[in-house]
Design a protein around this ligand. Structure first.
Ligand SMILES: [Zn+2]
Length: 174
């Protein structure tokens, strides 16, 4: 998306406004096993998450995100990984979190990203390091507010109207 597109979208009040300063979301493996859409345009995974995509469905979900440029693969430095292991020992999650989980947290730490996971130990370790964690299955509302969902692609939206992804109607869900 170029800058003029961005400005045009903002002028129209499009939901993509503000995407320019969007924080990268680092996804754990479970995201790809679940059929849950996620808002955003910047995502990252460590190579070990890619390696866990053995079945066709999760692999094609990952490949599609790589192809449309929303997702990139990156590995954190060994020193960053050591910080994560030290944090997991402090939080009592050492031995519970997997090597892949460690890679997810280390990558988020290195790029200043948000961790997306439903895994308790992973989440706990990430929060020990001061990272923001958001769940895959449930999006916690920061404030009490209505939620909206597209009736077509099931994307969660901030307001009713027409979905900018698939053109279906967006309805209030809660
Ligand atoms: Zn839609």
């Amino acid at each position: 998306m170029n800058e003029s597109d961005e400005m045009e979208r903002s002028a129209k009040g499009d939901s993509a406004a503000g995407a320019a300063d969007e924080q990268v979301k680092v996804l754990d493996s479970s995201f790809f096993f679940l059929d849950i859409p996620i808002a955003g345009t910047k995502f990252a995974v460590p190579p070990s998450v890619v390696a866990e995509m053995k079945d066709l469905r999760s692999k094609s979900k990952l490949d599609a995100m790589l192809e449309d440029g929303r997702l990139f693969v990156s590995e954190a430095a060994p020193a960053t990984r050591k910080r994560v292991i030290a944090a997991s020992k402090k939080s009592g999650d050492y031995g519970v979190i997997s090597d892949t989980d460690c890679d997810v947290v280390a990558l988020a730490l290195e790029i200043g990203g948000i961790v997306v996971t439903d895994d308790f130990a992973l989440s706990n370790t990430a929060q020990t390091l001061g990272l923001t964690v958001i769940p895959v299955q449930m999006r916690k509302a920061k404030k009490r507010q209505w939620k909206y969902r597209c009736t077509g692609c099931l994307k969660l939206c901030d307001a009713p109207g027409i979905c900018d992804v698939c053109g279906s109607e967006i309805i209030r869900i809660k």
